[in-house]
Write a protein that binds this ligand. Structure first.
Ligand SMILES: [Zn+2]
Length: 386
């Protein structure tokens, strides 16, 4: 039994195999080529495996504006952030009149996919930045990435020859079809997904376990595509997750797999986008904490939770589980949140991100009420390496 239907009803699968792949590879040799940026390569991978179902390629102008204006595709299905393939003016001229283009990960590399071009349209940078990020400030990492991308977008459906190659986290790379099969094998009917780009401290462990109390299984789904330079590198984070899972998570109720997306730092819009992706991976529930996918102070603390109210009940399909920030309380003698603990601030063990980084850099473990010692040691070790 499937846990939940994919967004739009059917799981998209764009990988071409067998004789059809040979024919496509031959065709690709004679097509104009386009080098795809690291971020858009992540999107290509998500599209290929159906993580962005029902999309079957890079979006066209009508959907682009519809998503920016209404948070819905033209056909009415919820969608929060456009998925586009950028090209500069020169590239657009080069592709004018072409019916298809071969997409490569770098100059001189073999094509990964063929895009059947339906249109090339002009990006509305200001509108897109405001709608997705709520700002046009070039200090915002998402806006910055958008400004570096080309002025035009090439739209069309994709036929994929192979996924972008990865030599890391190989055993953790599961497609939506694979996570769905694994949930089924484990007999999970309800699964909560947890998006993360950070090491997991006690607070997030607590949210995950609170959520797990009401569902069958937990999918910790760390994002491993491009992030900003000062985020903790994915290999270090993965060692933290492994240590946590080895010591503190029940094997038959929790699993880790990686999410190959790039981080957009779009706060509320990205919370919706992340939830829809996790629905495609088979999650029935999704944890939304404070300032989900936020950066700096561009978004209000609860914006990423409140945005879910802008959809009709059942419209998204996946159920968001909203959480307050949590902490260890000495009086409660346990993890708690402002919802469940009546005590004063001084009873609560809470540290700022800056303070935690300072301690780790000094080779000092944060209190065990804040961070599991195994996780602290991995982070201390990683800081030493830098
Ligand atoms: Zn308390």
């Amino acid at each position: 039994m499937p846990t939940i239907d994919p967004h739009g009803g059917a799981l998209v699968q764009l990988l071409v195999e067998g004789a059809a792949a040979d024919a496509l590879r031959d065709e690709a040799r004679n097509l104009p080529r386009l080098v795809v940026s690291e971020r858009e390569l992540s999107d290509l991978e998500l599209l290929a495996v159906g993580a962005l179902s029902p999309l079957t390629g890079f979006q066209g102008e009508a959907d682009y504006h519809s998503v920016l204006e209404t948070m819905h595709l033209e056909d009415g299905l919820p969608w929060a952030i456009p998925v586009t393939l950028s090209v500069d003016e020169d590239g657009a001229h080069r592709l004018a009149g072409a019916e298809a283009v071969a997409l490569t990960p770098a100059e001189g590399e073999e094509p990964l996919a063929v895009l059947r071009i339906t249109e090339i349209f002009k990006r509305d940078r200001a509108k897109e930045a405001q709608a997705v990020f709520g700002t046009e400030d070039s200090a915002h990492p998402g806006v910055q990435a958008q400004q570096q991308a080309g002025d035009r977008c090439v739209a069309g459906s994709l036929e994929v020859l192979s996924l972008p190659p990865h030599d890391d986290f190989v055993e953790y790379r599961m497609t939506p079809a694979e996570t769905r099969a694994e949930f089924d094998r484990r007999g999970w009917r309800t699964v909560v997904g947890f998006q993360t780009r950070n090491p997991i401290h006690r607070a997030h462990e607590y949210l995950q376990k609170c959520a797990l109390e009401i569902v069958d299984g937990l999918l910790v789904h760390p994002l491993v595509g491009a992030t900003k330079a000062d985020d903790v590198p994915p290999d270090v984070r993965m060692r933290c997750y492994e240590a946590l899972f080895a010591g503190y998570y029940p094997k038959d109720r929790a699993m880790v797999s990686v999410f190959p997306a790039a981080m957009r730092y779009a706060g509320p819009k990205e919370a919706i986008w992340h939830a829809i992706c996790r629905k495609n991976y088979g999650c029935t529930h999704f944890i939304v904490g404070r300032d989900h996918a936020g950066v700096g102070d561009y978004y209000g603390t609860y914006d990423a939770q409140k945005i879910f109210e802008r959809f009709e009940p059942g419209e998204l399909g996946i159920t968001p589980l909203m959480f307050e920030h949590s902490f260890w309380c000495n009086r409660c003698e346990g993890m708690a949140s402002p919802k469940t603990c009546p005590h004063d601030e001084e009873e609560r063990v809470s540290l700022s991100g800056t303070k935690v980084r300072e301690m780790l850099r000094a080779g000092e473990r944060p209190p065990q009420e804040f961070s599991r010692p195994e996780v602290a040691d991995i982070l201390i070790e990683a800081m030493r390496g830098n």
